[in-house]
Design a protein around this ligand. Structure first.
Ligand code: ADP
Ligand code: SF4
Length: 689
């Protein structure tokens, strides 16, 4: 079944006193659910166990109330009361022989303590470093408090053991964990035995690990997650200093977990980072230690994984996003089903669930974080209902996911597509600068559909309501997508923007169709996700002089949530895009736009031979409306249901479309839940007194 080239990925390996059954290591990752949605988070980890991961970690778990990162929702282990919800998670992790790991975090200079209202403690007194520049500073830890902190780690380790975990990861990466704050000269400016030389800066982590070994080391493996390079120049904990540190402390943890400096670097999107992007920073570290090494790199290719191990670069293949997009990745490699792997596209939508404190979703895997809430399994669908067939109009991400999931349920599925290829918006957007990996949304589904006898695809088939009424399908699914608006309606303008005769206005659809303006081009971005920035790159590549005007304080503002915003700004600036922030456009003339300051309203003109309008989109719902107008004839035509979903219903990111398609497929022929809540949730239990 399994290709022998991948045997090496299935060799067991020891981590201290415990043994992992294979080399697939799900590194800690957030999910936006955390302590608020404990059963949802636990079930998600349980699915990874079923999918074959040898090691499965929690997200970061705040191990003491004096350091927490509200508003972000992670896990907490502050008192014994927290143990049952963590035990539920560890038990799910261990269901298929995987090791259960807990990541203990003391956030130090990264924890503003907005909830606990405690004064933050860090190696040195400095302002708290968060995404939101909270006006809070940390106090430097006294030596007594360092002893307290060591005891708190031991308490957390003992509780972790009681909660059933096999492994503890001490968090010292991404700028988020106190071990890094001690190791780095930037955040450790102490003059006592805990600061100064590398040996001194290493003292705290040595003490904590020694304490933990005494307390739980006979039965639990202790891993240390450190940054490969703090990437803040000379003062920071650099890659060469990390190598010195590991060499000096060869056998300190039972495993070295190597992550890149900032979270933005470590979870780089495919727009800016390739698979295995950290290889150079990791190579050679394994020779400095006798302990196993895990590293990440958005690994989705079994060949790359095997190469990492065979070349002696890594012992374990660390995955967060690839394990989200396909929790069954290890099992698919083991069963020789490489082509069934649902590869992560590197869009970082999963991270937005954490950043917006909502709950995560995944573009490729719509069941992520719905395993418990909705009972959705990533590989299995519910049984077929009592109707037989479905016509899906439109083959974008919504239509394709609906078709895949309905075919799995056993329905006869017909896809009608107006164009000549599958994929809708993804087929177009994947050709834009940096977005080629997004094409995996189509490739995965196209292959899955090709393997099923109960799916027919019809191209060049722009259907009308008339056509559909004649076909006689029982269920009609309208996933006809959306069209970018030319009239500027979005947030600044809720009615069309004034435009002079002769103004040349293009939409993203025009550019994707190959109609690319030249000369002085103004991009007006009132959409705020990736499209404005990506089109700026496209226009520059094609020789235009580009001014990007946005009412926001940030270019591609919402990409702060996908950890890309700073990189996008830098990229556009380097390419020569004139970035104009905090300004709108009030009127488009033939050779310029009138721009207003969003605060004062003061206007200024910008030369523009053409304007690219990245405003909002309109759902293409005419076909649906035409069918609704003929609802009285449905029964005679044999139609039982007509449903509109995806961008045609309400435009959104691609992940919203795959979710909508999946949901439609799950719910077809299902019971009407009326006014009921369509998912399970947990609410806080009232205290006894
Ligand atoms: P979504 O993101 O919701 O899946 P897309 O815009 O990506 O939507 O895809 C919609 C697809 O529907 C496009 O490929 C488009 O060609 C197709 N389409 C739109 N109208 C019709 C129609 N009347 N008949 C068949 N296909 C259509
Ligand atoms: Fe990968 Fe995007 Fe899914 Fe995250 S949301 S796991 S980046 S496909």
């Amino acid at each position: 079944m399994r290709d022998s080239r991948y045997d090496i990925l299935f060799q067991p390996m020891q981590i201290g006193p415990v043994t992992a059954k294979n080399r697939f290591y799900q590194v800690p990752h957030c999910n936006g659910g955390g302590y608020r949605d404990p059963s949802a988070a636990a079930e998600m980890r349980g699915i990874k166990a079923e999918g074959g991961w040898g090691v499965i970690f929690t997200e970061q778990c705040e191990m003491h109330h004096t350091s927490e990162i509200t508003p972000f929702i992670e896990l907490r282990l502050w008192e014994d009361k927290d143990i049952p919800q963590l035990r539920q998670m560890s038990e799910k992790m261990k269901t298929h022989g995987g090791l259960a790991g807990i990541q203990l975090a003391y956030s130090g200079i990264n924890g503003p303590n907005l909830y606990s209202k405690e004064v933050p403690l860090a190696p040195s007194p400095l302002p708290i470093r968060t995404f939101t520049n909270d006006p809070v500073q940390a106090r430097g830890l006294s030596k007594t408090e360092i002893r307290d902190l060591r005891r708190w780690f031991v308490n957390a380790a003992k509780r972790s053991k009681l909660a059933g975990f096999d492994l503890i990861c001490l968090y010292g990466a991404h700028g988020f964990g106190i071990f890094q704050h001690f190791l780095s000269r930037a955040t450790n400016q102490r003059s006592d035995e805990y600061g100064g030389s590398l040996e001194n800066r290493s003292r705290f982590v040595n003490e904590v690990i020694a304490d933990m070994r005494d307390a739980v080391g006979d039965s639990m493996g202790i891993t240390l997650r450190v940054s490969l390079d703090e990437t803040i120049g000379e003062l920071g904990f650099s890659n060469s200093e990390l190598r010195d540190f590991i060499e000096m402390n060869r056998d300190l943890p039972d495993l070295w977990d190597l992550a890149q400096g900032t979270w933005e670097d470590c979870s780089g999107p495919s727009r800016f980072k390739e698979e295995a992007a950290q290889e150079q920073l990791v190579r050679g570290i394994r020779d400095l230690t006798d302990k196993p090494v895990v590293g990440v790199g958005r690994f989705t290719s079994a060949d790359t994984m095997a190469r990492m191990i065979k070349s002696g670069t890594l012992d374990f293949i660390g995955c967060a996003r690839p394990s989200i997009a396909d929790p069954f990745l290890p099992r698919k490699i083991e069963e020789g089903r490489i082509e069934d792997i649902r590869e992560c596209i590197g869009c970082n939508i999963c991270i937005t669930g954490d950043m917006t404190m909502s709950i995560s979703r995944c573009t490729q895997n719509p069941t992520f974080m719905e395993e418990w809430r909705k009972g959705w399994h990533p590989e299995k669908m519910n049984a077929k209902g009592d109707s037989e067939n479905v016509l899906i109009v439109g083959s974008g991400p919504a239509g394709l996911e609906a078709a895949r999931a309905l075919a799995l349920r056993g329905y006869d599925v017909a896809i009608a597509e107006a164009g000549t290829a599958l994929g809708g918006r993804v087929a177009r957007e994947r050709k834009l600068p940096g977005l080629s990996a997004w094409g995996r949304v189509v490739e995965y589904r196209e292959y899955q559909l090709s393997q099923r006898a109960n799916v027919e695809t019809y191209f060049d088939s722009r259907l009308t309501a008339e056509d559909i009424m004649e076909f006689g399908f029982q269920n009609v699914a309208i996933a006809t997508g959306a069209t970018w608006r030319r009239d500027g309606v979005s947030r600044q303008h809720v009615v069309p923007m004034p435009m002079a005769d002769g103004a040349k206005v293009f939409t993203p659809d025009d550019l994707m169709d190959g109609r690319v303006p030249g000369g002085n081009v103004v991009i007006y971005d009132d959409d705020h996700y990736y499209m404005g920035g990506v089109l700026a790159e496209l226009l520059i590549q094609q020789g235009a002089k580009v001014t990007l005007i946005t009412p926001s304080a940030f270019v591609s503002d919402w990409t702060n949530n996908t950890l890309e915003q700073a990189t996008i700004h830098a990229r556009l600036d380097e390419m020569g895009v004139d970035i104009v922030l905090n300004r709108g456009v009030t009127r488009i003339e033939a050779d310029h736009v009138v721009s207003n300051c969003v605060y004062t309203g003061k206007t200024r003109n910008y030369a523009a031979d053409a304007v690219v309008m990245v405003a909002s989109r309109s759902g293409n719902d005419q076909l649906y409306q035409d069918l609704v107008a003929r609802q009285g004839d449905w029964a005679d035509a044999g139609i039982r249901s007509v449903k509109l979903f995806g961008d045609a219903e309400a435009p959104g990111p691609i992940a919203w479309a795959t979710y909508a398609g999946h949901r439609f497929a799950r719910e077809l022929d299902g019971a009407d839940i009326g006014d009921g809540l369509p998912f399970r949730r947990e609410i806080t239990e009232l205290a006894a007194e």
